[in-house]
Design a binder for this molecule. Structure first.
Ligand code: SAH
Ligand code: SF4
Ligand code: F3S
Length: 432
């Protein structure tokens, strides 16, 4: 029996899929090369904007053909769109046999049994069940041998007015320190060098356990064999001075942080209910630069939030100019059903969003080419994650990709590299 999983969305969804693969392999399934050979196809969905929704539906339209060849094949949907739509989704995709929540991935074995017994298994829960921690008992099946994601927190307690995540992922639940450390140890034993802690709002980890986030960093760093630590996504409001200090103090914490600011205008930030001003955000950036020497940043930006004026948008560009992010993920505001922002007055026309977005991209391009140039001639510590035909590929601590000519033995190891050429999205270098 073979499985095929298609994953959309954020790193947390990817990590969930790694866990689902572990569940399926525990049941004896093997990974199929492509969906046409699968006995079970699962789509792990995202609904953060309208575009990912559409992608899910078009894939479902394609995958339903599997039943012509293999009538017993199971089609399943999980993840955030499944959570948001519930049974409604069956109206658009009647061939779906199985659906589960973001909350009950661990119940997948029973749900498959139900389908095999001839029923539809639709288990979208409103709230996380008491035994949701059972999920951690399943192994993970990962493609990257050296860098691993570790989900440390589920859900989100912020209420950004544009966002569906609190409703698709539920309240914030921190995973216990013990459970996290157990997984980290197992990963290191398996050859993993870089641990990437995940949560929609990872800097809020521990608030419900009475433990500050930086304690998690210290604990993970104390596991023997952990060479690098990253974490995503930090929230500016929860990023305290103690976290910044810990980042600077712990040698394994990499000099890079994804810290979304979303908008530069204080009026828009307030309408978004982000809980900080532009000035406060910039102060956090300065504080991080003070404690973590050489730190680089990436960010998320929403363009065309309701009522956004030309002046508001200029404030966003101003933040890009001031911070000089290494990467900016920019999104046109997409009204999501049930969120306060979707019904706000002053929705911005699509042409305006498109025009602002292209200006933002142009500006970022020129900033990035300056940043890229500044790497030339520098020496960077690189962890090699991939090797092909005599070329090693890895990332710097500041999260930039580098390729060098070198021996396969360096795969999974760190080495110093002198950067010889640097383009916006890639660099070349030589081993030092
Ligand atoms: N927890 C993270 C964000 C997760 S969603 C944080 O708070 O930073 C990833 C990104 O999608 C967000 O940072 C935001 O830029 C974008 N996004 C979320 N909802 C959106 C919407 N309705 N329209 C457009 N972009 C959106
Ligand atoms: Fe969504 Fe805001 Fe939570 Fe991020 S912090 S997941 S944007 S509600
Ligand atoms: Fe998408 Fe859900 Fe992640 S909506 S961005 S998959 S938390």
């Amino acid at each position: 029996m073979k499985y095929y999983i298609k994953t959309f969305g954020c790193q947390m969804n990817f990590n969930d899929s790694e866990r689902i693969r572990g569940i399926l392999q525990t049941l004896g399934y093997e990974q199929a090369e492509d969906w046409q050979e699968a006995d079970i196809i699962l789509i792990n969905t995202c609904t953060i904007r309208e575009k990912p929704d559409q992608k899910v539906y078009s894939h479902l339209g394609e995958y339903r053909k599997i039943k012509e060849k293999n009538p017993k094949a199971i089609i399943g949907v999980c993840g955030c769109l499944a959570q948001r739509m519930g049974e409604e989704l069956l109206k658009k995709a009647p061939d779906v046999d199985l659906m589960f929540s973001s909350f009950n991935m661990h119940q997948l074995p029973e749900l498959i049994n139900q389908v095999q017994a001839g029923y539809k298994a639709i288990a979208i829960l409103e709230n996380p069940p008491e035994d949701e921690d059972k999920l951690w008992e399943y192994p993970l099946v990962r493609d990257n041998q050296y860098c691993a994601y570790v989900t440390v927190m589920k859900g989100c307690d912020k209420n950004c007015t544009y966002c569906v995540v609190p409703s698709t992922r539920g309240r914030q639940r921190s995973r216990s320190l013990e459970s996290i450390l157990k997984e980290v140890k197992a990963l290191v034993d398996d050859g993993v060098k870089e641990i990437h802690l995940l949560g929609q709002n990872v800097t809020a980890w521990g608030q419900d356990l009475g433990i500050p986030f930086e304690e998690l960093l210290y604990q993970v760093a104390s596991v023997e064999g952990v060479e690098r630590i990253r974490f995503t996504t930090g929230h500016p409001k929860d990023l305290t001075e103690s976290i910044a200090k810990a980042m600077g103090e712990i040698p394994q914490v990499c000099e890079h942080l994804h810290l979304p600011f979303q908008a530069g205008s204080n009026r828009i930030l307030k309408l978004m209910d982000r809980g900080y001003t532009k000035e406060e955000y910039l102060e956090k950036i300065d504080m991080l630069r003070h404690y973590v020497k050489g730190i680089t940043f990436s960010t998320d930006v929403i363009v065309g939030f309701p009522t956004e004026t030309e002046e508001d948008f200029e404030e966003t560009l101003d933040v890009l100019r001031k911070v000089k992010f290494e990467q900016v993920f920019s999104f046109k505001f997409s009204p999501r059903p049930g969120t306060p922002a979707s019904t706000m007055h002053g929705q911005v026309p699509d042409e305006v969003k498109t025009e602002r977005m292209s200006r933002l991209i142009e500006l970022q391009k020129s900033i990035l080419s300056q940043i890229a140039k500044s790497y030339e001639g520098t020496v960077q510590e690189v962890l090699f994650e991939d090797y092909k035909d005599g070329i090693l590929i890895g990332r710097t601590r500041t999260n930039r990709w580098v390729s060098v000519v070198g021996p396969e033995e360096l795969l999974g190891k760190t080495a110093l590299v002198k950067v010889t050429a640097s383009k916006p999205y890639s660099m070349e270098g030589v081993l030092v």
